[in-house]
Design a protein around this ligand. Structure first.
Ligand SMILES: [Zn+2]
Length: 664
């Protein structure tokens, strides 16, 4: 019996108990609600379910997500008692049976994230088995909700009289878990039209709204997340009180009237509007930044936007690894000071996911490629590193140097990262495109095989991309409007072509060709000058006809990347990047010791695509001759994509290599 089916049977039996019937049938397909606009954002993201990534690089990741990651995570949630906790809570509320809570106190959040991931996959491709399984799981969650809307199995099972009595250290993350339920519900509703979980979320949010706020309890969540979830619920329901509560939580952070501070570890040291430096727990900081951006785009509150910009610069100009990783220390999983970026990084997978999502929000507010550049860097490197190629092994930490002792795990006691990846990958399509309804523009932020069909102005337009990106820079984009119409297509020119330095001069790279000189562009076979880029985007305005084709060729040289001299550990070191992919060297590919690998600036490097290696990757070697067998032999230099490391067993690994001239 396959795992998905086995889980289904277990859930089905429980759902039967809940319903008093042996027939649980998937509800009729629901209609998606009208997608809400963010009034103070210049761009509107094209939702992930309007973007198909059926093959190519992301097609493979989505396939792994559907066939492996989600069934694996459900299996783990069953084995570790995470789903059992909801059964126990439901039975407890029905005065049916006793039992004790199993596992860490915030384990409910993993189940919510997995429901979100399941809902997203069901929205992308009709899958009645998956939808039925999700509905059963949602029924179970609903059964674990208390009369008044409260839901947290840690308290419901064993500690019902302690509800909301553990807001302070040691916090039991009730509001964080609840936020994940609300976020999953809003995503599920927007993507599938199903209101089952939304009904639970509304009841829960109303309960929180009664308990917390200006005329009630003064505390904020210790671990941010609920704030952005409430904005999502506002968008799903149109109910303003959820937005107001989110804004109140943000404004209450750093204000310590009638409550004690959670400290800078939880970004509670200063009012949010006065915060300029990103500090404390990196995941929490990113969730806060996302929430501030969300409240800004709904309210237009300029001070909040200013805070977002300051925190963005602090994060990406001075505290970000070359992989897009953030959070340098394991001590409270936090940021360190400016340029303090030891390669034995903490860089929790969830923090990287948070940075991608923060960057995505900033990009909609201000369509500047700077945000998309960070989004792409973090997506392909720091974030993807968190999940194995097969989709069932995970990293919590994403170090830039390893002795091979810290390796991927199937699951963890604290499994925030696996469950976060499980819901993030199915939604990756939303990062690709945005529209500017006012100017009738379509923005292409990312390149990848697939298509999208969306409204632009009064009509529908379909865009299809054919490309082997991120391995090759050739992209064919077919534009198919429902009828010939004038609009603008804005194509992002990636940072490695536009600039030799990242913003803030944190990294600089060699061999960056000038975009205007070296990028080529054709429309229906006729060359077109990319012209002057505007905020990193090449804008093409014309009357588009069905089947018009844009051909782009981005050169993709191997680039040597150097850190700002203020990053102490990387002085005299070099990293390799090609396109958006950052490389590393694994000890098992190297003759002798990993420490013996030294790169000379004179060494010629060669990129070769290996379709049968690590799921199909381009490797970098120092060998001029194209040897098919080079990947099975030890070599003086074989660099693989950083995200693909630790997929052939644990081994030493390095991103930054010492650089020394041969003549030295
Ligand atoms: Zn995590």
């Amino acid at each position: 019996m396959n795992r998905m089916l086995k889980c289904s049977v277990a859930l089905l039996l429980f759902a039967s108990w809940l319903c008093g019937s042996s027939n649980v049938i998937a509800a009729e397909p629901a209609e998606r609600p009208v997608q809400t606009r963010r009034p103070f954002a210049k761009l509107q993201p094209v939702p992930f379910f309007e973007v198909q990534l059926n093959d190519g690089f992301w097609g493979a990741r989505l396939k792994a997500s559907r066939e492996t990651t989600i069934p694996h995570c459900i299996d783990q949630c069953e084995k570790t008692g995470r789903i059992k906790n909801f059964e126990l809570a439901a039975k407890k509320l029905a005065n049916n049976e006793d039992g004790n809570y199993i596992g860490l106190w915030f384990n409910d959040s993993d189940v919510y994230k997995i429901v979100e991931g399941m809902s997203c996959l069901a929205a992308l491709k009709k899958d009645s088995e998956l939808e039925k399984q999700t509905e059963e799981l949602v029924k179970l969650l609903a059964a674990a909700q208390d009369e008044d809307g409260y839901i947290d199995t840690y308290f419901t099972i064993d500690r019902r009289d302690e509800r909301f009595k553990h807001i302070y250290e040691p916090s039991r993350h009730e509001l964080y878990c609840m936020g994940h339920l609300i976020e999953a519900a809003a995503v599920r509703y927007q993507a599938t039209g199903h209101k089952d979980l939304l009904d639970v979320a509304i009841k829960l949010a109303d309960h929180i709204d009664k308990e917390f706020g200006p005329d009630a309890r003064p505390e904020v969540p210790e671990h941010e997340q609920l704030e952005l979830a409430l904005v999502g619920l506002y968008r799903a329901t149109g109910e303003k009180k959820y937005l107001e509560l989110a804004k109140w939580f943000i404004d209450q952070r750093g204000v310590h009237v009638r409550r004690v501070s959670f400290g800078s570890e939880n970004q509670d040291h200063l009012p949010v509007r006065k915060q300029k430096e990103i500090v404390g727990h990196a995941v929490r900081a990113m969730y806060l930044c996302m929430s501030i951006a969300d409240v800004y785009v709904e309210t237009g509150d300029k001070e909040l936007l200013e805070a977002c910009r300051n925190l963005w610069e602090s994060t990406t100009y001075r505290k970000m690894y070359v992989t897009g990783g953030i959070g340098a220390t394991g001590h409270f999983e936090a940021f360190r000071g400016d340029y303090d970026l030891p390669n034995l990084a903490y860089s929790e997978t969830c923090a990287q996911i948070g940075l991608v999502r923060f960057a995505h929000r900033m990009l909609q507010i201000d369509p500047h490629a700077e945000y998309a550049d960070v989004l792409e860097r973090t997506l392909y490197n720091g974030t993807l590193s968190g999940i194995s190629l097969a989709g069932d092994r995970f990293f919590y930490r994403n170090q830039l140097i390893s002795d091979g002792k810290y390796c991927r795990s199937a699951w963890m006691d604290c499994s925030c990262c696996p469950s976060n990846v499980a819901r993030f990958v199915p939604q990756v399509g939303r990062l690709f495109y945005s529209t500017d309804p006012a100017k009738k523009s379509l923005y292409v932020h990312l390149y990848g095989n697939g298509s999208c069909e969306t409204m632009l102005g009064d009509g529908k337009v379909k865009f299809a991309q054919k490309t082997n990106y991120p391995w090759e820079g050739h992209v064919e984009l077919t534009v198919t409007p429902d009828e010939s119409r004038e609009f603008e297509v804005c194509l992002r020119v990636p940072q490695w072509l536009r600039q030799t330095e990242t913003p803030g001069k944190l990294y600089h790279m060699t061999d960056a060709p000038s975009a205007e000189e070296q990028m080529t562009l054709k429309i229906n076979g006729k060359p077109l000058s990319p012209g002057k880029l505007e905020n990193g985007y090449c804008r093409i305005s014309r009357t588009w006809m069905k089947g018009d084709m844009i051909e782009i060729d981005f050169p993709m040289p191997i680039q040597r990347v150097y850190s700002n001299q203020k990053v102490q550990e990387n002085r005299g070191h070099v990293a390799l990047q090609r396109g958006p992919i950052v490389y590393c060297v694994e000890a098992l590919d190297i003759e002798g010791q990993l420490d013996s690998v030294v790169l000379s600036p004179e060494t010629k490097l060669f990129a070769r695509h290996r379709p049968d290696f690590l799921g199909g990757v381009t490797v970098i070697t120092d060998k001029a001759e194209d040897l098919e067998s080079e990947i099975s032999k030890k070599s003086s230099l074989l660099a693989i994509p950083y995200y693909a490391r630790d997929n052939r067993g644990s081994t030493g690994m390095k991103v930054w290599l010492p650089e020394k001239k041969v003549s030295d």
